[in-house]
Design a protein around this ligand. Structure first.
Ligand code: GSH
Length: 202
């Protein structure tokens, strides 16, 4: 088994942090996104989307989509539960994870993709998408800040994959000029707590 990885990219980091929280270690193979190795025919056989991460199993089959890879490891190693122990816990965690991925990380990464020089020539950039995507991310982050006034973690009172997804999104945003409003005190407190976890080094 090995995980095709890219150190600075937020989606592969979701899986690395998930593994670290589980106490698991999987061999990593770095893929040079800048050189476009993930878009070469050899890589597209592993993931036709040309995206990272990809988990290659010993029989050669390949699993992509960060969330699905994490679900696979939760199935193999249920403890500590990062998705949930009961159907209800799992449903609620997945609901929050999807919200963090689709409603927060999504617009944040869209703003980055359409505004950054890294993506110049890699995608058809539409500069007009930057401002509304940024505004959408900011609105959602203000909402999350309000939620975090009354709870310690995104899905409630236990750390979960929803925290991992949001953490990878906002941490990456901060590194690429898409940071959030410093006035969001609850979000800042939560972010500092996430950074302090040993898994944040992954
Ligand atoms: N939905 C996918 C998204 C994967 C994705 O977009 N990965 C980015 C890195 S964060 C990527 O590989 N982009 C390829 C490129 O920009 O060439 C997942 O959750 O794994």
């Amino acid at each position: 088994m090995k995980l095709y990885d890219a150190t600075l990219a937020p989606n592969p980091r979701r899986v690395r942090i998930f593994l670290a929280e589980k106490g698991l270690s999987v061999p990593l193979e770095a893929v040079d996104m800048r050189a476009g190795i993930n878009r070469q025919p050899e890589f597209l056989v592993k993931n036709p989307m040309g995206a990272l991460p990809v988990l290659e199993l010993d029989d050669g089959s390949c699993i992509s989509e960060s969330l699905v890879i994490c679900e696979y490891f939760e199935d193999l190693h249920p403890e500590p539960a990062l998705i949930g122990r009961t159907p209800e816990e799992r449903a609620l965690t997945r609901m929050w994870e999807r919200r963090m991925e689709l409603e927060v990380m999504g617009p944040l990464l869209t703003a980055f993709r359409h505004g950054s020089s890294f993506f110049k020539g890699r995608i058809a950039q539409v500069p007009e998408m930057v401002a509304p995507s940024r505004a959408a991310a900011a609105k959602r982050l203000a909402w999350v800040d309000g939620l975090l006034a009354e709870r310690q973690f995104i899905a409630g009172d236990r750390y979960s994959i929803a925290d991992i997804t949001l953490f990878c999104g906002v941490d990456f945003g901060g590194r690429v000029g898409e940071g959030y409003d410093a006035g969001l005190k609850n979000l800042t407190r939560w972010h500092e707590a996430m950074k302090a976890r040993p898994s944040a080094a992954a």
